[in-house]
Design a protein around this ligand. Structure first.
Ligand SMILES: Nc1ncnc2c1ncn2[C@@H]1O[C@H](COP(=O)(O)OP(=O)(O)OP(=O)(O)O)[C@@H](O)[C@H]1O
Ligand SMILES: [Mg+2]
Length: 246
């Protein structure tokens, strides 16, 4: 994985109380690329994001972002360093306007950042947000709401975007548009780490892939190679990866 990964997990152990979910998870994420984590339900994919983003204590192991250890750093500090997290599901304020949702996201920016200018730039980049700026966020379509969430994260000018199941609940067209949006961010130098149920389609739009099963990294490599791997095909069909295959 190159000499300079933007994010690295080394033998991370984390879970919920007595339930250990990540059993020494380790992988590295290449800077400037799209990497997708796939794996069965309950494998610990969302838990990886919560552990990286300081929402869940890392009990053992290390997380390194941009060359510095960030294990158990608070979410606020990670945001300041350039990590943005877009959780699974809907995470906007439905009663508030599109503009107000963006403003709230911008509040996490440090002093000296001209959030007004960044909001204007974001609305120029995503015209639907400008057109609907004064509408209640709940009136946006599912895809537009996801776009609003992503735009809200981008206001902080992140280096790394952690995005959990961006395609869930979207039509095939919106799924394609969302992946194209992520590719556009990658092309501007933003690193994307995503989790996807829609594994085939996500890997087709990714540079690298990681297969997680029962909180352990089973495979890590070029997305094309992971797509072509017969063990992954079995995983897509619902079978697990046997430990002796890994
Ligand atoms: N808040 C929580 N409290 C207790 N257990 C949890 C909590 N969140 C997740 N778990 C458990 O941790 C395990 C891993 O969950 P996680 O959400 O990381 O899986 P996932 O790979 O993201 O699955 P999915 O594909 O369904 O989103 C599961 O057994 C789940 O039941
Ligand atoms: Mg999940």
């Amino acid at each position: 994985m190159g000499a300079d990964p933007i994010l690295a997990l080394e033998d991370v152990v984390a879970g919920y109380g007595k339930l250990t979910v990540l059993h020494g998870t380790r992988f590295a994420v290449r800077r400037g690329a799209i990497t997708t984590i796939i794996g069965p339900n309950g494998a610990g994919k969302s838990t990886v994001f919560k552990a990286v983003f300081g929402l869940l204590p890392v009990e053992r192991g290390r997380v390194t972002f941009d060359g510095r250890e960030t294990t158990n750093l608070a979410p606020r500090r990670l945001l300041e360093r350039g990590v943005c997290y877009v959780p699974q599901g809907r995470n906007i304020f439905p009663e508030l306007s599109v503009r107000h949702n963006l403003e709230l996201g911008g509040e996490a920016a440090g002093p000296g950042v001209d959030i007004g200018a960044r909001m204007a730039a974001m609305m120029a980049r995503f015209p639907v947000l400008r057109e609907r700026a004064d509408a209640q966020a709940s009136t946006l379509s599912g895809g537009q709401q996801k776009l609003l969430e992503i735009a809200r994260g981008l206001l902080l000018d992140p280096q790394l975007v952690l995005i959990d199941e961006p395609s869930i609940g979207l039509s095939p067209r919106l799924v394609r548009e969302t992946f194209a949006l992520l590719a556009g961010l990658r092309d501007r130098g933003v690193t994307i780490l995503m989790v996807e149920q829609n594994a085939k389609s996500a890997l087709e739009h990714s540079d690298y892939g990681i297969v997680l099963e029962q909180g352990r990294t089973r495979m890590e490599g070029e997305a094309r190679a992971i797509l072509a791997d017969p063990r992954v095909a079995r995983l897509f069909l619902g079978g697990g990866l046997a430990a002796d295959d890994a």
